[in-house]
Design a protein. Structure first.
Length: 77
């Protein structure tokens, strides 16, 4: 995705795993343990795209319910 930062467009910003309806970024991982850097990465993607909602999913788990994290950029209203 290209991003805009301080009125400058960057064509090769980052590659998002999944973007749903231009509203939600879904960041997919398959790691032994989700680290703080993974949460920060998703928050950075949200800020760069000015999207409000992101979901971080780690598929390397026995129970997927405990491996899904919701991130919010600012206020959802």
């Amino acid at each position: 995705m290209s991003v805009k930062f301080k009125n400058t467009f960057i064509d090769s910003g980052f590659i998002a795993d999944i973007i749903v309806e231009d509203k939600v970024i879904i960041e997919i991982k398959a790691v032994a343990e989700i680290a703080n850097i993974h949460h920060q990465q998703l928050l950075t993607y949200l800020k760069l795209t000015d999207l409000k909602l992101g979901i971080l999913v780690n598929f390397n788990t026995d129970y997927i319910g405990k491996s899904i994290f919701r991130k919010i950029n600012g206020d959802l209203s």
